[in-house]
Design a protein around this ligand. Sequence first.
Ligand code: ZN
Length: 359
Amino acid sequence: MKIINKNSESFLYDYLNATSPTGFEAEGQKVWLDYINPFVDESYLDDYGTAYGVINPGQDYKVVIEAHADEIAWYVNYISEDGYISVIRNGGSDHIIAPSKRVNIHTEKGVVKGVFGWPAIHVRRGKDANLSPKLENIFIDVGAKDKKEVLSMGVHVGSVVTFDDVLTKLNNRWYAGKALDNKMGGFCIAEVAKLVKKNKKKLPFSLYIVNAVQEEIGLRGAEMIAHRIKPDVAIITDVTHDTSSPLYKAKEQGDLKGGLGPVLTYAPAVHNKLLQLVIDAANKNKVPFQRSASSRTTGTDTDAFAYSNQGVPSVLISLPLKYMHTTVEMAHHDDIENVTRLIYYSLLAIKKNHNFKYF
Ligand SMILES: [Zn+2]
């Protein structure tokens, strides 16, 4: 079962290259909703921008498949008199990678281009020899002569900043770029909706395909939508660390490698019987998978769903990702396909009014 074809890959590029900083996800959400609309019976948007489609609406039993739509970004926090811009994080943006990156500052007057500048290697001597990027010392240059000119360009405190980068493919095998966390998840759940429609599957429940906002600042979009939908089951997809490249520590961070399959997490927030259903679906349909363990919570929208309402059986199917929260995040083609397949086969294993009680 091939997932990524010409049509879906073109959506993947459009969606990944659309801008979706936390709190400002509309551009990406429009691309996503346009793509899934033909595969769902109904589609909705909540007030904060979480988008979702429903297949087979109106059933008492509701199953959610979910990814998060937002990408990490920065906020303009301060503009100096000579026109340099300081930032704070909007999500877990990495100050270490900022210098030398091009940025887009999103304003009412449109996108203002800028760069994160950095003093030349030649002048970093003496006590500055070990100068390293910190949140407090990185700065954006938009080519303005002073603060007044920055303001006249439309940039103000509170303007959102994203790295200016696009999706590429390496060795025809790995996708590389920014915001694969977690727009790859949005891609996978959209493809699941497409498979259900294309294969004319009659599901014994209402299926909600949810692309939630504001994960990167604390699972907030998922919290909101979990209370709105009140699902009986939630299958969440997000990214996790591929630890196979240099400087990672597999013993501490989990022994996970891109290309070897989706990652299933063991954690108190993950429902064991639902996890077993997913594992059985993987084995039955020959989808490879890897395992990881998480103390307490998973740090993903799984927690938001699991601990919502009166408790919702939830499971996490993760995509291994290299270099998370950089502009060169990398995900393996086969893993993207296998995450999609595993969500799809797991859905097909959920019976009418499926009971997840332990005994
Ligand atoms: Zn993230």
